[in-house]
Design a protein around this ligand. Structure first.
Ligand code: HEC
Ligand code: HEC
Length: 148
């Protein structure tokens, strides 16, 4: 019983000490160096980049990155505002690229009339960009890919 108490108390001290540590190379978590018993602060949001003509893909089957702001877009069970511009029905009117052909394929490769439910949550694969330094060094090099 006494030992268990000592272990618990040591544990509490360690947790308290660790909660205010930032890593030696200066990186911190999104939570920052805030104590665990304090509420986390809202993290800084950066302006999303706009890039006319799209962003170069890293390789042939890479999901293209989003070259515009999507901070007002919503994808929920009730609505998907991305489809207001990118769906097969709307893309011409909105002068936007149509969702990829692969987005109409079922799990077993059949071509569907409607967008596959596997492709409903666009941001699972497509992400907007901000002008920011990477948190850690990244030496990834893509394969050259020519847009159609
Ligand atoms: C108001 C219309 C509109 C809405 C809403 C919209 N987009 Fe776009 N999107 C565009 C247009 C127009 C382009 C082409 C931009 C260009 O190439 O200059 C584009 C480009 C893209 C591309 C790049 C395609 C490529 O081949 O490079 C992706 C990916 C994309 N959008 C995803 C999304 C997602 C995901 C959402 C919702 C979170 C969304 N868009 C909402 C109009 C829209
Ligand atoms: C499971 C991953 C995944 C999801 C979810 C997904 N995409 Fe894609 N998307 C891709 C990949 C991979 C490509 C490139 C290959 C292709 O064209 O199919 C692509 C291509 C695109 C393109 C470019 C098409 C072209 O012909 O150049 C647009 C626009 C796009 N997606 C929009 C969307 C929108 C809008 C949604 C949500 C309704 C969505 N995607 C959901 C993976 C995904």
């Amino acid at each position: 019983m006494k030992n268990a108490l000592i272990v618990t108390i040591t544990g509490l001290f360690l947790t308290a000490a660790m909660s205010s540590i930032a890593f030696a190379d200066g990186t911190t978590s999104l939570r920052g160096a805030r104590d665990l018993d304090k509420l986390s602060r809202m993290f800084e949001t950066k302006k999303q980049l706009k890039k006319k003509g799209g962003i170069e893909r890293a390789f042939k089957a890479a999901p293209p990155q989003i070259p515009h702001d999507i901070s007002k877009d919503r994808v929920t069970l009730q609505e998907n505002t991305c489809l207001k511009c990118h769906s097969a029905a709307n893309y011409k009117r909105e002068k936007a690229p149509k969702v990829g052909d692969s987005h109409f394929k079922s799990r077993d490769g059949k071509t569907l009339k409607k967008l596959s439910s596997r492709r409903y949550f666009c941001r699972q694969c497509h992400v907007p960009q901000v002008d920011a330094e990477p948190l850690v060094e990244n030496v990834f090099k893509g394969l050259p890919y020519e847009k159609k």
